[in-house]
Design a binder for this molecule. Sequence first.
Ligand SMILES: Cc1cc2nc3c(=O)[nH]c(=O)nc-3n(C[C@H](O)[C@H](O)[C@H](O)COP(=O)(O)OP(=O)(O)OC[C@H]3O[C@@H](n4cnc5c(N)ncnc54)[C@H](O)[C@@H]3O)c2cc1C
Length: 433
Amino acid sequence: MPLDNDPEPLRLRCVGIGAGPANLSLASLLYGRPDIPNLVLDRKPDFDWHDGQLLPEANLQVSHVKDLVSLADPTNPFSFLAYLAEKGRIYHFLNARFDSVPRQEFRNYLEWACRRNEHVVLGEEVRSVDFDGADFVVETQRRTLRAENVVVGVGNRPWVPPIVRPHLDATQFHVSEFMAKAVGLSGLTVAVVGGGQSGAEAFLDLITRAAGQTPGRVIWISRRTNYHPIDDSPFTNEFFMPGYSDHFATLDPQDRQNFIVRHILASDGISEDTVRAIYQALYLRRFVYEDGRPATGLYPDREVTGVTPSPPGGWNLEVRHNVDTDSIEHFEADVVIWATGMRSGPMEFLDPIAHRFEREGEEFLVDQDFAVRWDGPSDRNVFLQNAVRSQRGLADPNLSLNAWRSRRIADRMLGVRSPEPLEPFVSWSTKAG
Ligand SMILES: Cc1cc2nc3c(=O)[nH]c(=O)nc-3n(C[C@H](O)[C@H](O)[C@H](O)COP(=O)(O)OP(=O)(O)OC[C@H]3O[C@@H](n4cnc5c(N)ncnc54)[C@H](O)[C@@H]3O)c2cc1C
């Protein structure tokens, strides 16, 4: 592979930026295709998949069939089944009859797919992407690459409310740092803020810790009106089908935004098994073990409106009830864990060409193949994976359409169109036949 001092930069059909599930899917679909020389680069020196919050009991929230390839190319050698078979445990997996696959197992599968694909390079950050009139020029920390196409798959970044940002430290942190920082909490008061899956997993972990590691009190504050489960029912799951994604893209931007707000629990609710595990843990501690440890407090329908240091070393949370808005509550906590989600971050490396891209709100505008609309040649494209939720709907950051979206991108580069799955049962569009 050419390095800094090589005279000619390596020229590729496709450079992927980021090797999370999105671009690993693309790399897997392109594997063994000499007609599309490609490289996928990730700045991480070692593979991880949200390892900072990889709690031992956490499960995948979707079917394992929604792996890197199966929904687009079921015979591809990078499938989850191929992984199990290669590891020799396909029968054991079947016998185990998991309701949902442990997240650790799926993470290990992703690492396996990453490691066996020599076109995926870790420890190489992309610093800038420019266009020289013929190709994209991709500068990494150690070389220059030329590419006909660039596929951005840099995922989302942890997000906390602005009031928290000045206070982030060892005792106040985003849940993505849970494994490293939620330690040594014995006897302390811990507040978890955020009522989605990550907040639920953090709360469950804290209230079920072994003796000697049990916090004194754990409180759980959520803006939502209750600790709502994910809606995993069949018609809701049609939102996570290719046909729905294409339909969604045709809607008026305001209608799309309204839809996302109204149906947020289709993607961001808590898994039923996690909700039940929490309720059962609360029951056991109060009625069966009768040790009342740790003390717990559940406070939904509330917004944290202020955070101030509370000497000698804790925090004071000012909390407003969403209905009883005149009532302000105050909670003291030694440690505050913000499970307030992820948001797409700025893609500074695109700055040299970003002025040539069309936009819709805060997103770059993409076409039906996830290519950014721009003023450059139509056979040179920047594709976006998991960066257009407002245009493509709730499934965009999710694993559900990962393989399908990657195949669409690959098809565009190859100038072909693979057969689409059948339309959803529901006629979402008035224009459908
Ligand atoms: C804890 C957690 C659990 C989840 N579980 C599920 C689930 O069960 N089911 C589901 O459908 N979805 C789940 N999701 C949502 C979604 O599937 C994941 O967030 C998924 O990782 C998104 O994949 P991605 O490839 O878009 O981004 P990421 O996985 O975030 O990968 C992006 C990569 O880009 C790299 N990168 C960034 N900038 C650069 C650069 N300049 N140069 C090179 N590399 C760069 C980063 O190092 C990173 O490795 C979960 C999300 C979280 C946070």
